[in-house]
Ligand binder design. Structure first.
Ligand code: ATP
Length: 383
């Protein structure tokens, strides 16, 4: 099966072509934020950090200087907030960071109503593009063996009511028996995310699928369809089609290998990318990058997985590959090819590790989180 190199190619794909700002400062050290978060974040984030350090050294890149920042349950205990102000102030100064998952369902009652940490950070720094590849790794038995697609998810508005208001929640209860929610879709948000999708498609198999539900949510999700058709006219070399979100779920299961770049609103993208991730292997292999015009955040598609947390069983692949996407993008910002080399080394090391039959429990293997991480770390140094 031909493999589209979406991981190493990604930063370029959503970089200057999408109008992103370039930072030409010479690289001396690479300062990156490290936010472990909750649950398996305490295992998979250090795993990704270890692999990044080795890959940078092997590529002859500047060494990383981690800026460790509190987030999640530990931050609530110590600072009284899941995302404390000092964490936000530090992120303001950083070009990129690795964010672990958060388990807000487990937070004390008073903190559960707040915007979840990941959503808050994406919103605060306008990380509008959530790029979620779903590609089958060699040696991994996948439900859809030829899946090789990228979901481009709008990250800042849509049907997630909790990020749609200047103040308060877009979810409210006029009476105890009636609950309502506000969705927001703006043309500006549609346009910028659809442009990212078309730019990405030009570097892949030149096919964009816009996912909506315009037959019932015609003004909101229908705007995605309208905007995609408009922007599609400027990209005659890219084939555009569209799917209703419910039909798309079925198509992913039946013929997921047919899709290339899939662009959609926030909640549809969240759901479809979990589905695509699982169909291409496991949630534990599904990476993601959140990007603005100046910043990028590596964040695995999976959650805190409290059911396996603390058992050294989690698959660190998604977090490791997300970190590779981050390096590649920062390499583009800085015009530093050694970061791209480090990203490629990581992607290749993960692929050769899975190809050799080493797998964590979610993929039917016996390797622990740390064993898998050591295998990948050893391989990043190889040419
Ligand atoms: P969220 O809403 O925060 O995304 P979630 O409720 O969707 O979280 P996850 O925490 O992602 O749920 O876990 C869903 C299932 O996938 C659980 O059974 C969990 O153990 C498994 N899982 C998630 N991530 C991994 C991983 N990295 N390795 C192995 N299994 C995982």
């Amino acid at each position: 099966m031909p493999h589209s190199p979406v991981l190493p190619g990604l930063a370029r794909d959503i970089g200057p072509a999408a109008g992103l700002v370039r930072d030409d400062d010479p690289v001396t050290t690479l300062q990156l934020g490290l936010l472990e978060g909750d649950g398996i974040g305490r295992e998979v984030v250090p795993a990704a950090a270890r692999v990044v350090e080795s890959a940078l050294a092997a590529a002859g890149a500047a060494p990383v200087e981690w800026v460790r920042l509190p987030l999640g349950a530990d931050a609530i205990a110590e600072f009284g907030a899941a995302v404390p102000e000092p964490t936000l102030a530090a992120l303001e100064r950083l070009p990129g960071w690795i964010l672990g998952p958060h388990d807000n369902a487990s937070y004390p009652e008073a903190h559960r109503a707040a915007l979840p940490p990941g959503g808050l950070i994406r919103h605060r720094f306008d990380l509008f593009a959530n790029i979620r590849p779903a590609t089958v790794l060699p040696g991994v038995r996948a439900t859809v063996p030829d899946m090789d697609l990228v979901i481009v998810r709008e990250n800042t508005e849509g049907f997630y009511a909790d990020r749609n208001m200047y103040t308060g929640s877009g979810e409210f209860m006029p009476t105890p028996d009636v609950a309502m929610a506000v969705a927001v879709v703006t043309r500006r948000a549609c346009e910028r995310i659809v442009r990212v999708a078309f730019d990405l498609a030009r570097r892949r198999r030149r096919r964009v699928t816009v996912v909506h539900k315009a037959n019932v949510l015609s003004l909101t999700t229908g705007m995605y369809l309208d905007v995609a058709r408009e922007i599609g006219r400027d990209h005659p070399d890219v084939t555009l089609d569209d799917q209703h979100v419910d039909a798309m779920a079925a198509h992913l299961v039946r013929r997921g290998g047919d899709f290339d770049v899939v662009v959609t609103e926030n909640m549809f993208g969240d759901i479809l990318s979990d589905l695509a991730g699982e169909l291409s292997g496991s949630l534990g292999t599904a990476p993601s990058l959140n990007a603005s015009q100046t910043k990028a955040m590596a964040q695995a598609a999976h959650g805190a997985a409290p059911d396996i947390a603390g058992h050294n069983r989690a698959n660190p692949t998604a977090m490791i590959l997300s970190a590779a996407m981050l390096l590649y993008r920062l390499g583009e910002f800085r015009g530093d090819p050694t970061l791209a080399d480090a990203a490629r080394r990581i992607t290749r090391a993960v692929r050769t590790t899975t190809e050799s039959g080493v797998a964590t429990a979610d993929l039917g293997g016996l390797a622990s989180t740390s064993q898998f991480t050591e295998m990948v770390t050893a391989r990043v140094a190889r040419r």
